[in-house]
Design a protein around this ligand. Structure first.
Ligand SMILES: Cc1cc2nc3c(=O)[nH]c(=O)nc-3n(C[C@H](O)[C@H](O)[C@H](O)COP(=O)(O)OP(=O)(O)OC[C@H]3O[C@@H](n4cnc5c(N)ncnc54)[C@H](O)[C@@H]3O)c2cc1C
Length: 249
């Protein structure tokens, strides 16, 4: 609608997906919480299983637009809109989500990481829909972190967005993923920073080394909302904040 209202949509015909029951509903089984693509931000905020297992997605939903957008906008649309500044992708990356894609040719399941191939480029054929988003339920002692930095608390597109998930085992970071928004052409994993923290003891996290490595994971730009320099500095600051909270678990 934003592109359409700006007169920049190349399309003049549209398909309304909103009543396709196959794309609706949040389901929970022993290993996953799965979301129909038409799940709204409000649906995520209202779902006890999402609060219990995937709190970063609740925070992402609350950080998206404001109430009107949260009531109407969908998780599938947030993904397929393919904005590098969208607020659920960092959490989906941190949780290791997968997508189920559907067309008249059948279904396929792909890792969400790698789905965005470049700015507004996706591993999605013209006849395919995002049908479901499958998120593994974190097991064991988990640490969850989400922070969006924008100009306001609502109706502000992210300048930097960072989500993280860590699994702690015997005082050591056994599993660690960080997803970032607004600092690269696509939602990005912080692979270099993660590698520094993975396997480290909570009492001796190499925080500054991870913040330095983070610069290899991001390629921020200057645009209408911020500068590359600000985004890089703030991404490091938010990572530092997150690691401070992780160390205190
Ligand atoms: C005022 C305003 C504020 C906003 N603030 C934020 C914000 O803070 N954070 C944020 O992340 N986003 C924000 N957005 C963007 C938008 O609301 C979200 O990305 C929303 O999730 C889009 O969902 P939708 O269902 O409305 O998708 P649509 O806008 O209907 O679709 C978006 C794109 O995805 C495609 N698409 C939709 N569903 C599917 C599917 N199942 N399979 C394949 N393709 C599909 C459509 O064809 C279209 O190209 C904002 C938008 C507005 C207008």
């Amino acid at each position: 609608m934003v592109v359409f209202n700006a007169g920049r949509s190349p399309f003049d015909r549209f398909l309304d997906l909103s009543r396709l029951s196959e794309l609706q509903g949040i389901e929970e089984d022993a290993t996953h919480v799965s979301f129909g693509a038409l799940t709204t931000f409000r649906d995520m905020e209202d779902c006890p299983a999402v609060h219990r297992h995937l709190p970063n997605l609740v925070k992402s939903a609350r950080a998206t637009g404001a109430l009107a957008i949260q009531n109407r906008g969908t998780l599938g649309g947030n993904i397929a809109n393919a904005s590098p500044a969208a607020d659920t992708p960092p959490s989906l990356l941190a949780y290791g989500a997968e997508l189920e894609l559907v067309s008249s040719r059948g279904r396929r399941r792909v890792a969400y990481e790698g789905f965005h191939r470049g700015y507004k480029q996706m591993d999605l054929a013209p006849d395919e829909l995002v049908a479901r988003i499958l998120v593994p339920k974190p097991q064991g002692l988990g640490f969850h972190f989400f922070r969006k930095v924008g100009t306001r608390q609502a109706q502000a597109i992210s300048k930097v967005c960072l989500a993280a998930y860590a699994r702690i085992e015997a005082g050591v970071v056994a599993e660690f993923r960080v997803g970032l928004g607004s600092v690269a052409p696509v939602p990005a994993r912080a692979r270099h920073a993660e590698a520094i923290i993975q396997g480290a003891a909570l009492r001796a996290l190499p925080v500054e080394a991870a913040c330095t490595e983070l610069l290899k994971d991001i390629s921020p730009i200057d645009d209408i909302r911020s500068t590359a320099q600000y985004r890089a500095r703030v991404a490091q600051n938010v990572l530092r904040q997150m690691l401070g909270e992780l160390a205190a678990v």
